[in-house]
Write a protein that binds this ligand. Structure first.
Ligand SMILES: O=C(O)c1[nH]c(=O)[nH]c(=O)c1I
Length: 309
């Protein structure tokens, strides 16, 4: 079967990529992603200045997924802009994730990104749940509208937003209404981690990560139904936009489900953290096996064709 696809008029070898934050914080990791089998890649969300992030331990894998409260550690915007300038775009598209701590910081980064002659695709992260004292924009619809309005004005190209999971139909409706008011938003990445879960070790009777009394974003198997719901909810509500699926992918089957639910591309987070970039050839093989078994020759044969009862 043919796994080739395209995104914003760019050809991709396949619809897979990393989730922002995983295996993409420093040049050595970015170079590994550039060389691996994934069809695209994205950088760690960055702030204007370098950040150490939260105290460790701040990430833990569990049998059903992961919990993290990294706290937005990153090398700072100039570092990732420099990588974007050096990236080989013939090899695969590069997305750059921005997560400024304030609207002004985002506007400063966006203005500089606009001046930089690079075909990088901006993914605006509105959903970081782990910066103490910063409520995430994705759950404040007024702030979300303002952020997007100002950033769309300051930027001259299509871009996307990384959203948190929503759980109420009224919130899907309200968030989609905001996004649909901005044609410049070409894609929506659903979902970021499910914020502020709590993993407790029954033996030590202790939380498993240090920051925020053990509260952190949940990823992995546990979030798959919520991820698929958010992908499909925005796929139905934003017909003029692409949806990038993220959440709960550990095998070809979940890639297939995200594509069926309407995803154009599929990001891998927790399982990439655990397995490394060699997960991508495995996921591609497993996806191809599923397509062969079902008689699908290409992604468009089933993409977005989820059936209801
Ligand atoms: O704690 C983090 O760095 C982090 N962790 C997440 O789970 N999602 C995010 O968007 C971010 I910026």
């Amino acid at each position: 079967p043919d796994l080739r696809t395209e995104f914003l008029d760019l050809p991709l070898a396949n619809p897979l990529m990393n989730a922002s934050g995983v295996w993409c914080s420093v040049a050595s990791q970015l170079e590994a992603l550039a060389e691996c089998a994934a069809g695209a890649m994205v950088t760690k969300s960055c702030t204007l200045a370098q950040r150490d992030g939260n105290p460790e331990p701040r990430y833990r894998a569990t049998p059903w997924g992961s919990i993290n409260s990294m706290g937005l550690p990153n090398e700072g915007f100039p570092y990732y802009l420099n990588y974007a300038r050096c990236h080989d775009y013939e090899r695969k598209p590069l997305f750059m994730s921005l997560a400024g701590l304030t609207l002004d910081d985002n506007l400063t980064m966006v203005a500089e990104l606009r001046e930089a002659v690079t075909p990088v695709i901006m993914e605006l992260n509105l959903s970081c749940p782990n910066v103490p004292g910063k409520a995430q924009v994705g759950y404040d619809f007024e702030a979300m509208d303002t952020f997007i309005h100002e950033i769309a004005d300051a930027y001259d190209r299509p871009f996307g937003v990384k959203l948190p999971p929503y759980f109420d139909i009224a919130h899907f409706d309200e968030a989609a209404a905001i996004l649909n008011a901005y044609p410049q938003i070409a894609f929506v990445t659903c979902i970021n981690s499910i914020g502020n879960g709590l993993v407790i070790d029954p033996v030590s009777e202790t939380v498993v990560i240090r920051p925020k009394d053990g509260f952190g974003g949940i990823g992995g198997d546990f979030v798959l139904p919520t991820a698929l719901a958010n992908v499909n909810a925005f796929f139905r509500r934003c017909p003029d936009k692409k949806i990038i699926g993220c959440g709960g992918v550990r095998s070809g089957e979940q890639v297939f489900l995200h594509l069926l639910a309407g995803a154009a591309l599929v990001q891998v987070g927790t399982q990439l953290f655990e397995e490394g970039p060699l997960i991508f050839p495995r996921l591609l093989e497993e996806l191809q096996a599923i397509m062969t078994a079902k008689g699908y020759d290409r992604i468009t044969d089933f993409q977005g064709k989820l059936k209801t009862l």
